[in-house]
Design a protein around this ligand. Sequence first.
Ligand code: 4AD
Ligand code: MG
Length: 483
Amino acid sequence: MDKIRRTKVKQILNQGRSGEELCAKGWVRTKRGSKNVAFIALNDGSTINNLQLVLDVESIDENLLKKITTGASISAVGTLAESQGSGQSVELLVKNIEVLGEADPEEYPLQPKKHSMEFLREIAHLRPRTNTFGAVFRVRHEMAYALHTFFHNKGFVYLHTPILTASDAEGAGETFKVTTLDLHNVPKTEEGSIDYKQDFFEKETNLTVSGQLEGELAALAVSEIYTFGPTFRAENSNTTRHLAEFWMVEPEMAFCDLEDNMDLAEEMLKYMVKHALDHCKDDLEFFNKRLLDEEKSKPQNERSELSLVERLQFVAENDFERLSYTDAIEILKRSKPNQKKKFQYLIEEWGADLQSEHERYLVEKHFKKPVILFNYPKDIKAFYMRQNDDGKTVAAMDVLFPGIGEIVGGSQREERQANLESRMKEMDIPKEELSWYLDTRRYGTVPHSGYGLGFERMIQFVTGMGNIRDVIPFPRTPGNCEF
Ligand code: 4AD
Ligand code: MG
């Protein structure tokens, strides 16, 4: 028999014509049926929807039929027909079916029922086979694609910044060390400290926390770049919004001030949300329903007013609120949860670092829309941010999103050599370590700006997934580095 090439389920469901002969391959989600006929829900991950296979039980070997269980992989050839049942437009009347790989029903951990997210994290190697994770990965892909399209259309250059680096861009010291030294026998200098001269790079090295500093070097040559890659932070935060390994998008633009920077971030975020609405319809419908079900178990006053899709539409269509850190502090000071001491961290004075409870109050309760805060106190921000004339604040900006809090962090950069050097001195950052960075200020410096978007937080927003560990295939968090 001539080999019939496989058609993906998505294509069959969208474009299949009744009477067509074709071959579908995938994994069995469920099998049900009667004495004469069996119905198999087949999924191949190309769409959240299953293809219904209809099997004439009499014409098929009993042993073969037994092997068609949830999780087994199969190849089926048949004729497409308009479906008799509800729930699908077409179904495949199977003539020939082959089991490619069995999945012992006694052992296969994914049964056709609801599994908890915690359980699925323990079997992250199999969870892609669930509806939820298939949908997460497809949306994640679409969001990456949308980002590249957005920046490409604006003439940005995608810059690949290093993962191994000697710098700690954010200066927070939360880096993972990289070494080939024998940890059981670490070489020491005469003074008794670790002799990094004997290490692979002959200096102390770590995994990058951000591609920004290298990104700036390129932006000051080709005008507009973006990076998109994994970044690593050894902060011991066990929250639903922190990972030790996460992906960040970092555009960096020459001839760009803080306002231009905010404009770009807002435009990009809206573009991504709109792309999801336009291109991830089936998956968003699934997430929308999933969230509605979840909301039902919450007390009335904690339920959100908008459904997931409504929230996405709202963000795509409305301007973000922009206000200074100083104005935000005034609002927070006077806010009910602050007055009634409901915040875990009370806002008492100007200069306080904002916690996610404060960010979410501003976004979810006060403005009820995304908020961009700008001009933060210099003491709570990184050394590279441009100093404002007031001597107290820097030209920083954070974009805050409902349900998430901070999703984007960025700033105009300090392009004036003297100001940058004096700030580094104040913060005890040795000039010698960043001489390459300072060179850009020495030669042909220009005003420039950039920001970083936490890619997983964006996926959380778009999918409504509550825990960041469930929007990355293999999450790395304190105590977890499986698979
Ligand atoms: O605010 P952050 O630390 O800014 C930077 O790294 C700058 N170098 C960016 C720039 O200006 N080019 O991080 C940027 C974003 C945050 O707003 C947040 O969304 C995300 O990265 N992020 C994390 N996401 C997941 N897990 C973590 N541990 C994260 N830390 C930051
Ligand atoms: Mg930040």
